[in-house]
Design a protein around this ligand. Structure first.
Ligand code: XIL
Length: 313
C-alpha cells in the first residue's frame, strides 16, 4: 500500500487522526490529513466548551468545517466528545445545579449536538474519562451531582438523538488489563446487561516509549467478546527529549505492535492517532520534557513511526 488509508481500507478498517481545525489552512498539513487517513476526529472543536460555551448558545462553525473537509475527502468523522469533566465550561462545572437540572442540561447538550451532526458522524465518544486509575468513578461534576447513572442516561439520550451513530465510552490507561480497565469492563458489562445502548469502547493509548502494555490484544479481546467494537482512539508514543535514532526505531516497532494488536481483534474497527505531526502534538504542552510522539517530525517528514504504523496495518 502507498498510504496508511489504502492499507487500512484494504482490510475494511480505518486509520484516523485528530485534526486541529486551525491547521487545515496549511497546505502540507491539509495534504497529509486528506491523503493518509480515512477517519478524522476533532481535536478540540466539538468539546463542550467550544460547542456550547454559554447556556443555549451553540457554535457549530468549526465542527462543520471539519465535517466538510472529511466529506470532501471521503473520510469518516469521529465525534469527540459529549460528556467529559475537562474542557467543560464553568457554567456547567460550577453552576450549582441539582441532579435533575444537570441531567436536563446534559440531555439538551447531547441532543442538540447529535441532532446537528446526525448522518455526518459515524462514532461518538458519548462519555470520556469516567474512571480514576483505581477503577472507581472519577468525581466529576456529573458523578458528584447525578451519580453513576449519568453514564447510562447519556447513552440512552444519545441513542434517541441519533440511532445510527455508534456510541462509545473512551478512556486512557485502559489499554492493558489493570484496575482501571477492570472498572471499565465491569461498567460496560453492566450497561449491556441493563440494555443500555452502547456499541464501543475507545482505548485512548497515550503511551510511553518502552512502557507499552504487553497484553493489549488480550485486553481488547475481552471487551470485543462482550459484543462491543474496540478502537484505539488517540494513539501517540512519547519519548523523553531529545529523541535519538535508536529510540525512534523502537518507537516504530511499538507503533506497529499497538496497531497490529488492535487489528488482530475481530471487533477492532480501526486506529486513530492523536495528531500526525510532532509540530502539532499536545504532548510537549502537557508532559514536561516529553515529545516526538507522532508519525511525522516537526517538518512533516515521515518518521520511522510512520513505517511502523504502515507495517502494523
Ligand atoms: C487534548 C488536545 O490535544 C489539546 O489540544 C487540548 O489542549 C487538551 O485536550 N484525552 C482526550 C483528548 O480525550 O480530548 C485530549 O486532547 C487528550 C487527552
Amino acid at each position: 500500500a502507498e498510504t496508511l488509508r489504502e492499507a487500512a481500507e484494504a482490510q475494511g478498517k480505518f486509520i484516523g487522526s485528530a485534526i486541529a481545525d486551525h491547521r487545515l489552512s496549511d497546505a502540507t498539513y491539509n495534504g497529509i490529513a486528506s491523503t493518509e487517513f480515512n477517519s478524522v476526529t476533532a481535536e478540540n472543536v466539538m468539546k463542550w466548551e467550544s460547542i456550547q460555551p454559554s447556556r443555549g448558545s451553540f457554535n457549530f462553525a468549526a465542527g462543520d468545517r471539519l465535517v466538510d473537509f472529511a466529506q470532501a475527502n471521503d473520510q469518516q468523522v469521529w465525534g469527540h466528545t459529549l460528556v467529559w469533566h475537562s474542557q467543560l465550561p464553568d457554567w456547567v462545572e460550577n453552576g450549582g445545579f441539582d441532579a435533575a437540572e444537570l441531567t436536563e442540561i446534559t440531555d439538551e447538550h447531547i441532543t442538540t449536538v447529535m441532532d446537528h451532526y446526525e448522518g455526518d458522524i459515524a462514532y461518538w465518544d458519548v462519555v470520556n474519562e469516567a474512571f480514576n486509575e483505581d477503577g472507581t468513578f472519577r468525581q466529576s461534576v456529573f458523578q458528584q451531582t447525578i451519580g453513576e447513572e449519568y453514564i447510562a442516561n447519556a447513552f440512552r439520550t444519545a441513542d434517541a438523538a441519533d440511532p445510527n451513530a455508534k456510541l462509545c465510552i473512551n478512556d486512557y490507561n485502559i489499554e492493558g488489563a489493570n484496575a482501571k480497565s477492570n472498572g471499565m469492563y465491569d461498567l460496560v458489562q453492566g450497561l449491556l446487561a441493563d440494555g443500555v445502548p452502547i456499541d464501543c469502547v475507545g482505548f485512548q493509548s497515550h503511551l510511553i516509549l518502552d512502557s507499552i502494555p504487553g497484553d493489549i490484544q488480550s485486553n481488547l479481546q475481552r471487551f470485543a467478546d462482550l459484543g462491543l467494537e474496540v478502537i484505539v482512539t488517540e494513539l501517540d508514543i512519547r519519548i523523553t527529549m531529545p529523541a535519538d535514532s535508536a529510540e525512534l526505531d523502537r518507537q516504530a516497532d511499538q507503533f506497529e505492535g499497538v496497531v497490529s494488536a488492535c487489528l488482530a481483534v475481530d471487533g477492532c474497527a480501526g486506529v486513530t492517532v492523536w495528531g500526525f505531526g510532532d509540530a502539532d502534538s499536545w504532548v510537549p504542552d502537557v508532559f514536561e520534557g516529553q515529545g516526538a510522539a507522532c508519525l511525522y517530525d516537526e517538518s512533516y517528514q515521515p518518521k520511522p513511526a510512520y513505517d511502523g504504523v504502515l507495517a502494523g496495518l
